[in-house]
Design a protein around this ligand. Sequence first.
Ligand SMILES: NC(=O)c1ccc[n+]([C@@H]2O[C@H](COP(=O)([O-])OP(=O)(O)OC[C@H]3O[C@@H](n4cnc5c(N)ncnc54)[C@H](OP(=O)(O)O)[C@@H]3O)[C@@H](O)[C@H]2O)c1
Length: 247
Amino acid sequence: MNYYYITGTSRGIGKAFAEHLLENPSNIVIGISRNKTIEHANYRHFHLDLTDVTLLADFKFELHANAQKIYLINNAGALGFIKPMGQKDADTIIKNYTLNLIAPSVLINAFIECYDSTDAEKVIVNISSGAGKNPIDGWSVYCASKAGLDMVSRVVDMEQQVRAEHPLDSIHKGFKIFSIAPGVVDTEMQEGIRAAKKEDFSRLDDFIAYKVNQQLSDPKTVSEKYIKLLNNLSSIKHVLSSIKDYD
Ligand SMILES: NC(=O)c1ccc[n+]([C@@H]2O[C@H](COP(=O)([O-])OP(=O)(O)OC[C@H]3O[C@@H](n4cnc5c(N)ncnc54)[C@H](OP(=O)(O)O)[C@@H]3O)[C@@H](O)[C@H]2O)c1
């Protein structure tokens, strides 16, 4: 069996990802979010607020004796309020970094710790963003947290390579990690962007135009592209990429 732990499966890209994976009876999806919206025999749900650091620190991955593949897909994320620095509130800043950067880091650490000696294909996929590479006004915390997620991915990849050169044991197969941006996708996150105030966000009109001009991708199409890539890992040449690189 193949096991996919996915954060943020209640809607948007994460839900489409989970539903597509569940079409294959060899896949079991373990979703993590505050709301459960998927009913399927091979779907399990952990109700977890990823900004609750106490519950987050207690999260445990399960050992799966029959696993051929075990994946962690860090998908849950939010923009937080779109406001320039100086006008944000401290609680939102803290929660936004926790959801977008601290939670994926804690889960990556727990995932590697749990499956280190497991003989399966072990892959971590972080859903990153172009906003982690380019500054966007009003989005400071989101941009910084996605840049951080990219760097965590690069460091973990380096650690796996260092370890492969100096193996602790002969059966260790290591982990692969990728940080892949989805492009602009038609989800609630985009609705939130379009609801921002012009005075807080100079690019508001661009994002309204993406919707009007039908330039937003459908979450199903995007998740299918991710799954196609993950079924052909050798086609992913770099730790950091965008789904658009594979069109
Ligand atoms: N949409 C885009 O254009 C776009 C572009 C670039 C990158 N991305 C990235 O793609 C990923 C998915 O975005 P999306 O557009 O699908 O967003 P979305 O439709 O808003 O869905 C976000 C998901 O994250 C979960 N989530 C939010 N806060 C949470 C919390 N405190 N604890 C646990 N889960 C939480 C939500 O579940 P609950 O509310 O049930 O908890 C939901 O399932 C994000 O990392 C985002 O940064 C999106």
